[in-house]
Design a binder for this molecule. Structure first.
Ligand code: SF4
Ligand code: MG
Length: 313
């Protein structure tokens, strides 16, 4: 049984000012309870749009989001609120969502008190417990956001999301701004919390190294379409789609000799005016005539593996 399913057709993604921010096209994604689904794409792929729609921050203009088999936009009252609280988002820069003049303890505890998840009398104990669980000293509750390091702020952002007892967390580039060693600590925290709270994750990142570290399954998004979806191990060992193959192409770094991912040749086309046929055709080394005109369907190429490429027949 999927925890959450997104079926989004056509152009969508209405931001706060109601402008359409990105095109997502026939995205059909199911997130299973307890899994970490990695969502990978370059900038302009629509991955943040998809994450915000799934987290309920933006509304889908077409299509539907189902949470535990119920279409979310048809819910009202307590059911709607429960569905909204069930999926929480952790952003790249928690500073942008923290009030600089609010003590971080208050920032963490305000939502659960507001939503009646914790009684005021129990708030302090609840907060201390939460802070310990994300690796923050409860004594820091009285401090202000600027008094914390990047890694600690990431933990504060995670605590705020966890505070309302979500079932699922959408992590959008949540470790992108951190040093590599701190990244690893925060990723390990995410994985520990998955065990402690039985969480499901949608883990959005442009960084394949990060996704490889945490994901059970990986979806690759290119200009608003999912082009490949596979168990993580298989995707990394035998990528099917030429775009995934290009993403995974590694080159040694000139300075350190360490291997790194090689940027794909060619510009990323505008997501608002994507190429015809297969969106990837202008950059694809294997493109054929039909790739310019025919949209390749996302089809099962092996059990549990989907790919959208005409080379698969
Ligand atoms: Fe390349 Fe054609 Fe496959 Fe698209 S459908 S990835 S252009 S071979
Ligand atoms: Mg983004």
């Amino acid at each position: 049984e999927p925890d959450l399913a997104a079926k989004l057709a056509g152009l969508l993604g209405a931001g706060p000012k109601r402008e359409v921010v990105h095109a997502l096209d026939h995205v059909d994604l199911k997130v299973m309870p307890g899994e970490v689904l990695g969502l990978v794409g370059e900038s302009g792929s629509g991955k943040s749009t998809l994450g915000r729609i799934i987290a309920g921050i933006w509304n889908e203009s077409e299509g539907s989001i189902l949470f535990q088999d119920k279409e979310r936009k048809k819910l009202s009252g307590a059911e709607k609120r429960a569905a909204e609280l069930a999926v929480q988002m952790v952003f790249q820069d928690p500073m942008s969502s923290l009030n600089p003049r609010m003590r971080i303890g208050d920032a963490i505890i305000e939502a659960p008190i507001y939503h009646g998840i914790v009684a005021k009398a129990d708030a302090e104990a609840y907060l201390s417990d939460l802070m310990r669980k994300v690796g923050l000293d409860p004594a820091y509750a009285k401090r202000y956001p600027h008094q914390f390091s990047g890694g600690q702020r990431a933990r504060i952002g995670i605590a705020r999301a966890l505070a309302v007892k979500p079932k699922m967390i959408v992590a959008d580039e949540s470790v992108a701004a951190l040093d590599v060693s701190i990244q690893a600590q925060v990723l390990n925290l995410f994985m520990k919390l998955r065990e402690d709270f039985g969480l499901t994750y949608l883990f959005i990142s442009h960084d394949l190294g990060v996704v490889r570290h945490v994901a059970d399954r990986v979806a690759i998004l290119y200009l608003g379409r999912i082009v490949e979806l596979a168990p993580a191990e298989e995707l990394f060992s035998t990528p099917n789609h030429p775009y995934t193959q290009a993403l995974l192409a590694e080159v040694p770094r000139v300075d350190t000799g360490k291997r790194q991912f090689k940027p794909i040749e060619g510009e990323i086309p505008s997501p608002l005016n994507p190429p015809s046929g297969c969106h990837f055709h202008p950059r694809c080394p294997l493109a054929m005539a039909r790739c310019k005109t025919d949209i390749p369907a996302l089809r099962e190429i092996a059990p549990g593996r989907l790919s959208a490429c005409h080379l698969n027949g």
